[in-house]
Design a protein around this ligand. Structure first.
Ligand code: NAD
Length: 441
């Protein structure tokens, strides 16, 4: 059993804290956001993540999981401190590491000799060196720094944490190596033990590669549209090659979320600082940035003017299974359609509040069901591939719309079913299907 503190109880920190407790460790979670800690202390859960509430409840009941607003007490009572704070994008695309620096200073003020400080946040290579230097500058002595990048995905974060495909441990000394291997002893998967810089690069290189795969298939989708081919079949034909694999080959509205966009840019910036040509990633980012504008342009081609048209956004979260809307395509889409004079409605099973907070003043009427959002609308856009959308009675939706037009931004619905229901169906990288209203079969 290791005494662990987790600093920052967001998506990564909270799942990690509950996961470490499930592995039998004694865990204290701390966050600078007192409201979050109050929610956690009173038995609540500040985010939506499948299975997390149950895991938190188990941890609390076992007595191995606590939360505190007292950083000093948390750090002083721990052998290993995991840093899980945010590393958002700065204006120039680099990672803003001020939260990490602040935590390093705080840790220095409270840690005891022998503490292992582990960066779990996604950070550019060499960040651990800055953490070490900061702690030393603030008087810390006799400690280790290590890197343990996190690969969990929102929506399946609990399972990803407890049953990962690999665990990456970047260490510079035996003490950190042993401490981390002990912590993860209960998880049976390959453990990649490397030096710290290598571990830091593995995380950025992995996310950038996945983003590149998505932009690649989106580029292919544009070609498919131009020549009348079907990108889903192209992806299937490609993905059966085990050297390529079928995952991350879904063409659509592009990647979003709190990781891929910022991680690709941070990786580019750190590589540029070391004189490495990043044209490949630059293009990955550019293709992704253009996805929403391309979708809107295609809608304009079909619907003529968007001004005054009522458009329903089906799905607001950046992907299904989460309430996270950070860098979600829904936000960019809402802003662009609003700028063109469209009137917006939206529906999402869990991201309603987070979307409204993020979208601010922009008027979007959030509805309780996809049907309500589409009532009287001129167009529906599938923005998030929520499974619920496959259960919708499409014919009744089409019947309640002013013009039954559906743009499937995720290639999520069955084109023939949409056409049979009376929709003009548009997809990404595959032929659309049109049914003249009134002639639906
Ligand atoms: N969300 C993901 O799917 C995911 C997956 C892998 C890695 N990551 C990385 O993990 C890190 C955290 O991501 P997240 O999604 O959990 O972010 P988040 O914004 O949900 O959580 C960060 C938390 O840190 C807290 N915090 C900020 N400054 C603090 C301070 N000085 N002391 C204590 N707490 C502080 C915030 O209040 C917040 O609760 C990022 O680097 C991210 O790139 C995220």
């Amino acid at each position: 059993m290791t005494r662990i503190s987790v600093i920052g109880t967001g998506y990564v920190g909270l799942v990690s804290a509950a996961g470490f407790a499930a592995l039998g460790h004694d865990v204290i979670g701390y966050d600078i956001d007192e409201q979050k800690i109050a929610t956690l202390e009173s038995g609540g859960c500040p985010i939506y993540e499948p299975g997390l509430e149950e895991l938190l409840a188990e941890g609390r009941a076992s007595g191995r999981l606590r939360f505190t607003a007292d950083l000093g007490a948390a750090v002083a009572a721990s052998d290993v401190v995991f840093v899980c704070v945010g590393t958002p994008q700065a204006d120039d695309g680099t990672a803003d590491l001020t939260q990490v620096e602040a935590v390093a200073r705080d840790i220095a003020a409270h840690m005891t000799e022998g503490t292992v400080v582990v960066e779990k946040s996604t950070v550019p290579v060499k960040t651990a060196q800055w953490i070490r230097r900061t702690i030393e500058l603030c008087g810390g002595r006799g400690f280790s720094v290590a890197s343990n990048p996190e690969f969990l995905r929102e929506g399946s974060a609990v399972q990803d944490f407890l049953e990962p495909e690999r665990i990456v441990l970047g260490v510079a000394d035996e003490q950190a190596r042993e401490a981390l291997l002990d912590i993860y002893a209960g998880i049976d998967c390959p453990k990649v033990v490397v030096d710290i810089e290598t571990a830091e690069i593995i995380k950025h290189a992995s996310n950038s590669f996945l983003a590149m795969k998505i932009s690649y298939i989106n580029m292919i989708a544009d070609l498919c549209e131009a020549v009348g081919a079907d990108v889903r079949q192209v992806a299937e034909g490609m993905g059966l090659d085990s050297r390529i694999g079928p995952k991350f080959l879904a063409a659509g509205i592009g990647y979003g979320g709190s990781c891929f966009p910022k991680d690709v840019r941070a990786f580019m910036r750190i590589a540029e600082q070391h004189d490495v040509n990043v044209g490949l990633l630059d293009e990955t980012d550019r293709i992704n940035e253009a996805r929403v504008a391309r979708l809107v342009a295609r809608m304009r081609n079909d619907l003529w003017n968007l001004k005054g048209k009522k458009i329903a956004l089906w799905g607001l979260a950046f992907k299904p299974g989460t309430d996270d809307v950070r860098e979600a395509p829904s936000l960019r889409l809402a802003r662009q359609l609003h700028a063109e004079g469209a009137i917006l409605t939206g529906w999402d099973p869990v991201a309603r509040e987070t979307f409204l907070r993020a979208v601010g003043e922009l008027p979007v009427e959030i509805c309780d069901s996809p049907q309500d959002a589409a009532a009287g609308a001129d167009a529906v856009i599938v923005v998030t591939d929520w499974p619920e959308l496959r259960e919708v009675d499409l014919a009744s939706v089409a019947g309640r719309m002013r013009s039954p037009y559906l743009f499937d931004g995720r290639n999520w619905l069955d084109p023939e079913a949409c056409a049979s229901a009376g929709f003009w169906y548009r997809a990404t990288g595959r032929p659309g299907v049109e049914t003249v209203p009134g002639q639906a079969s």
